[in-house]
Structures are given as structure tokens and as C-alpha cells.
Design a protein around this ligand. Structure first.
Ligand code: ARG
Length: 453
């Protein structure tokens, strides 16, 4: 049986229910590599401070490495009596190497230890999620390139507005994901700071070289207030927000695809591998991946709100409530990694029904704004042009005559014989050349810009 870490003060063993209630080992075991890296750096600083001999350090290091290997291989027994990953590893180290193991925790508390481990874990996961975001961007870019010239209506209020291309539409998501990557990189600056050496809350009377420890662990700097350092969970909340926003972006993409795959739109189809059938209706092919992504976004929001709420009433410094930071963090990361992976595959396999998209984009009403622009170019103030075109649209609706079939010169002398040339979709698209507008040339330029980032 492992020693109880605080046995000196207590006459009774911890109640079973308390152990079950308070344990975090069932989920925080995943911090083991970071915990071990942190302990090795901490032990090395103890050698420099002449608290450990070189030999004791080597025993600690090889003991920790053997524990790491056993956990890697699934050969480690985690025990809930030892609450969390920190105590499980430390107890087993002492079990394996004897007396030197009992020196490791000098000038350290689980409070600065857990903050260190979680920061290292977040840093690693930021890199993993960024790389998944890049993969999804790449899948979207490939589709945008394939359908750079495929016309499609652009919508506001889910009403057809103006023509764009599928390429332009998909590039909008590439932009969102780029901001997501940027946000994660920015958050990393606040994650990558070492709290080790802050102790339980007030540092220690034993001075270890905090900068040496930080450098060994790849931190950019060290925290400068011990009370803040051990109770700060801002960096997790910030990440949970960044993750929630990635969820928003994926959810909007999902909603677009759900609409596009409906028979009413019929703009896109997803592969059989990325859709599901109905147990009852034989004809069904459902965009479940999109719906699950839209649904899981709720969890990502919930995880953010959960931690904000857990932290909001806490006095300084550490309170056990803070242990509630890990499950939301782990859940958001797991949720996002699979969501990004499956969406990447699904987009890569998606096909666009170019003819249906183009037929929908060919509604001449989509070029009503272009007609107003034509009048402006002929010297009509925009407000009057808007009204004149509005009248033409009303006439078109009343007489069931498509807008491009009306004799516009009968409506106003401002329309020349060339007015109906406005209704050429290709010219209409090609003339949208402003930076950010959807001309095919612009879309192609944007695709090559993204490819070179
Ligand atoms: N498992 C704990 C957590 O995640 C580690 C810190 C425990 N500190 C303490 N004073 N009980 O928050």
C-alpha cells in the first residue's frame, strides 16, 4: 500500500466516498508526461541548489523515466487513494527508488505542479489543434480551387442576394480558421509561462533557479506573483473561448452544408462514407456529421461557461474548485480534434452540383444591384437608381416577366439600349474586382496567397 502523503496530521483514513468524490486521476492521468518532465527539471534545479546529489538526481530521473514507459505501455496501476497524477507518480517513484524519491517534492506544491503540467499540456494541444485547423483549411482551399468559377447565389437573410462563386464562399471559412489559428498562437504567449517555484501560494524559503527550470521546459518566461501563478486559470478560459469560437465557425459551415445538401437547394452532395441512412426511410441520406458538429458546439460553449462559473467566486489562492478546470479542457480538446478531422475528410470528399448552383445564380434579380450601379455610372444618384430599379423589379413581379426581359428604356430615359447587358453573369462577376470581392481572378489570387502562408 502506498503511503498517505499527509499521514502525519491525520488519525483517520480518508472515507471511500471522499476519495471517489475528490479523485482526479481518472482524467488527469493524461498529464503524466508533462508531470514527469516538470519533476525532472525541478530535480535538476535541486542539484544546482545542492539539495540533491548527482546520484540522487540520476535515480529520480531514471525512476521517472521507467514510470513514464510503464504508463506509455499501459502497465501502470493508477490508484484513487492517491487522488491525482502528481501523487500517483511521486508515490510510485518512492516505491521504486526509495529515499531519494522523498526529496523530490522539496520547495514544490501540487499547486504550482498542476499549473505547470496544465500549461505544458495546453501548449502541446495548441500545436495539435492548429495543425488540424491547417488541414481543414487545406481541404477547403482544394475545394475552393476546384470550384473557383462555379457560380452560386450569395445570401443575406437566407434570401438570394448577389452572385458569388463556390470558391469565394468556401474561402470565407478559410479566413475564419486563419483567425482561429492566430488566436491560439496569441493565447500561447500567455500559456507558455512557468509557475513552478510558486509553491503552495507563497514560494519557498528554499530558492531554486526558476529560470533554469523554465528554460529546460521550454517556457518563454516565469510568472512574477506566486499567488496569481497558482490560482490563475485565465489561460484555460481563454483557450476554451478560442475553442468555442472554432465551434461556432464549424457550426456555421455545417449549417451551410446542411442547406446545400437538402433537396430544396441541391447545391452539394456529401460522400456515402460521410453521411448516414435512415433505419426506416430507405431514400434518406442524412448529413449527420454536420448536425453532430453543430450539436457539439453546444458542449464547447458549455465547457467555457462551466470554468468561468467555477472560478468566479473564488478567494485567492488555490481552492479545490479549480480541479474542475480539467474535464472541460480535455473535453473541448477531444471534441475539437475529432470534429476537425472528420470535417476535413468530409469536405475533401464533397462534390458541388455546379449546374444547380449556376441555375440558382442565374436569377436576373440577383443583378438588380448591378442595374442600379449601371444607372449610377450614367449619372443617376444611387438613391434614385435604387428606386428606379425597385420599380422595374415590381413590374417584373406583377407581369411575371423576368427582369432581364423587360424593355427598361420604357421605364426611364436613364436606361440606354445597353442596359440589359448588365444581366451577363460572367461580366457581372468579372467586374467585382475590388480587394475581397468575388471576381474569379480575385478568388484565384486569394487561393495562391493562402497556399503560400
Ligand atoms: N488535483 C489537483 C487539481 O487538479 C492538484 C492540486 C491539489 N492541491 C491541493 N491543495 N489539494 O487541482
Amino acid at each position: 500500500m502506498y503511503p498517505n502523503m499527509w499521514k502525519g496530521r491525520f488519525a483517520q483514513a480518508t472515507a471511500d466516498l471522499v476519495q471517489q468524490y475528490g479523485e482526479s486521476i481518472s482524467y488527469d492521468w493524461r498529464l503524466y508526461k508533462h508531470d514527469i518532465a516538470g519533476s525532472i527539471a525541478h530535480a535538476r534545479a535541486q542539484v544546482k541548489a545542492e539539495l540533491l546529489t548527482e546520484d540522487e538526481f540520476l535515480q529520480i530521473e531514471s525512476g521517472l523515466r521507467s514510470i513514464e514507459k510503464d504508463i506509455d505501455n499501459g502497465n501502470f496501476h493508477f490508484s484513487i487513494e492517491l487522488e491525482d497524477i502528481h501523487m500517483n507518480i511521486e508515490a510510485e517513484l518512492t516505491n521504486r527508488i526509495g529515499a531519494a524519491g522523498g526529496k523530490l517534492h522539496t520547495a514544490r506544491s501540487r499547486n504550482d505542479q498542476v499549473a505547470t503540467d496544465t500549461r505544458l499540456y495546453c501548449r502541446e494541444q495548441i500545436n495539435i489543434i492548429s495543425s488540424h485547423l491547417k488541414d481543414l483549411q487545406k481541404a477547403l482551399l482544394d475545394k475552393a480551387e476546384q470550384y473557383a468559377e462555379a457560380l452560386i447565389p450569395g445570401y443575406t437573410h437566407l434570401q438570394r442576394g448577389q452572385p458569388v462563386t463556390v470558391g469565394h464562399h468556401l474561402l470565407a471559412y478559410v479566413e475564419m480558421l486563419a483567425r482561429d489559428i492566430d488566436r491560439l498562437n496569441d493565447a500561447k504567449k500567455r500559456v507558455n509561462i512557468s509557475p513552478l517555484g510558486s509553491g503552495a501560494l507563497a514560494g519557498s524559503t528554499i530558492n531554486l533557479d526558476r529560470n533554469q527550470i523554465a528554460a529546460e521546459l521550454g517556457f518563454d518566461s516565469i510568472t512574477t506573483n506566486s499567488m496569481d501563478a497558482i490560482s490563475d486559470r485565465d489561460y484555460i478560459m481563454e483557450l476554451l473561448f478560442a475553442f468555442a469560437l472554432i465551434g461556432t465557425h464549424l457550426s456555421r459551415l455545417s449549417e451551410d452544408l446542411i442547406l446545400w445538401c437538402s433537396s430544396e437547394f441541391a447545391f452539394a452532395s456529401l460522400s456515402d462514407a460521410h453521411t448516414t441512412g435512415s433505419s426506416l426511410m430507405p431514400q434518406k441520406k442524412n448529413p449527420d456529421v454536420c448536425e453532430i458538429t453543430r450539436g457539439k458546439t453546444g458542449r464547447l460553449y458549455g465547457n467555457l461557461v462551466s470554468l468561468l462559473t467555477s472560478a468566479k467566486g473564488l478567494p485567492l489562492t488555490y481552492n479545490r474548485d479549480l480541479q474542475e478546470d480539467k474535464e472541460p479542457l480535455f473535453d473541448s480538446i477531444d471534441t475539437l480534434i475529432i470534429a476537425l478531422s472528420v470535417n476535413t475528410e468530409m469536405i475533401a470528399d464533397m462534390t458541388i452540383n455546379v449546374e444547380t448552383c449556376e441555375a440558382a445564380a442565374s436569377d436576373p434579380l440577383l443583378l438588380a444591384t448591378d442595374l442600379a450601379d449601371y444607372l449610377v455610372k450614367n449619372g443617376v444618384p444611387f438613391r434614385s437608381a435604387h428606386e428606379l430599379v425597385g420599380k422595374a423589379v415590381a413590374l417584373s413581379v406583377q407581369t411575371s416577366t423576368p427582369l432581364d426581359q423587360l424593355d427598361l428604356t420604357q421605364i426611364s430615359s436613364h436606361y440606354g439600349a445597353d442596359a440589359n447587358d448588365v444581366f451577363n453573369l460572367q461580366t457581372a462577376l468579372a467586374s467585382r474586382t475590388n480587394v475581397g470581392a468575388p471576381s474569379t481572378q480575385n478568388v484565384k489570387d486569394q487561393i495562391s496567397r493562402w497556399r503560400n502562408i
